[in-house]
Each structure stands twice: as structure tokens, then as C-alpha cells.
Design a protein around this ligand. Sequence first.
Ligand code: SF4
Length: 173
Amino acid sequence: MKYRWLRGMVLRVLYPVLMIVGSFKKDKKEQMQRFVINLNNKLVRAENLKTKKILLLLPHCLQIDECTIRLTHNIYNCEGCGRCEIKDLIQIADENELNLSVATGGTLARRIVKDIEPEVVVAVACERDLSSGIVDTYPLPVLGIPNERPFGPCLNTQVDLEKVKEAIRFFSQ
Ligand code: SF4
């Protein structure tokens, strides 16, 4: 309970203050969002909640831009060609019997969370979407994993699959 309250302070008090500071220091904003995500993750881990009702929430930009299959309504439309990590993430979700969804933005992500009603979320996104999503869904515990963007924002992004597996293990074992 103590950690949940602390998490609330970080997300509802510290985060808005940092984002005001970040609007003046734009080059530091992402760093501050990453700081809040890390702090949130530490406090979620300290709560040590164990459950199988996990939602794995992914950003659509993990799908390679050359793939024309529509995944937003059903990620299982993926044909598993292996050109992007969507194939691996479906496999991870199947092995762990998780709910798995792709969101095109914060609004859809919040709707998915509302519909599925998970007990915890493992979320992958950029620092901006991740931090605002974690704040919006509080008190739901979310472990946030920032994506990797070797081609710049929103294009053919990637995620460290080991970090995803570890986060799922943390909640389920
Ligand atoms: S694994 Fe292949 S089919 Fe599935 S989303 Fe990626 S590119 Fe498309």
C-alpha cells in the first residue's frame, strides 16, 4: 500500500511538475519521462504483485512499415514472416497465455485497458506515450519498457525481447 501511494505521488505530483519543467527544457523532456518510468517500475516491483491476468500492450510502430497487414484490431492477423518482432511477441504472449494488443496511440491504449481489465500491464512504447499512459492508468500497475528507435521515432521500432520476458516473469512467477 505504501508503494502504491508513493507511485501515486510520483505519477500525479512529480510527473506534472517535471513536464512543466520539460516544456521549457525540451532537450531534457525525454530524460525526465524516462526517469519517471524507471521510478514507476521500481515502485511497481516493490509492490510484488503476482497475477496471470497480464496485458502485453505494444505500439503499432513495432510492425515493419513494409508490412501491409492490419494489426490494430487483431494482432493475430500477423502471418509470422519474422521480418519484425511482432512474430516473437505473439509467441511470447501465447507461451504465457497473455492478452496481447497493439495500440496506435494513447487513446486506443486506454480503451484496450478498459475493455480487457487486466490486473497488471507490461507496456512497450516511446517514453512520451509510456509515461503519459502509466499516469493515466494509475493505480493499475504497469511495467514500462521504452522501445528502441534505430530509424527515428515511430518507424520500424524494436524492443529488447528479454526485457519483455523478464517483466512477464516478474508478474507471473
Ligand atoms: S512478423 Fe511479418 S507478417 Fe507479422 S507483422 Fe511483422 S512483417 Fe507483418
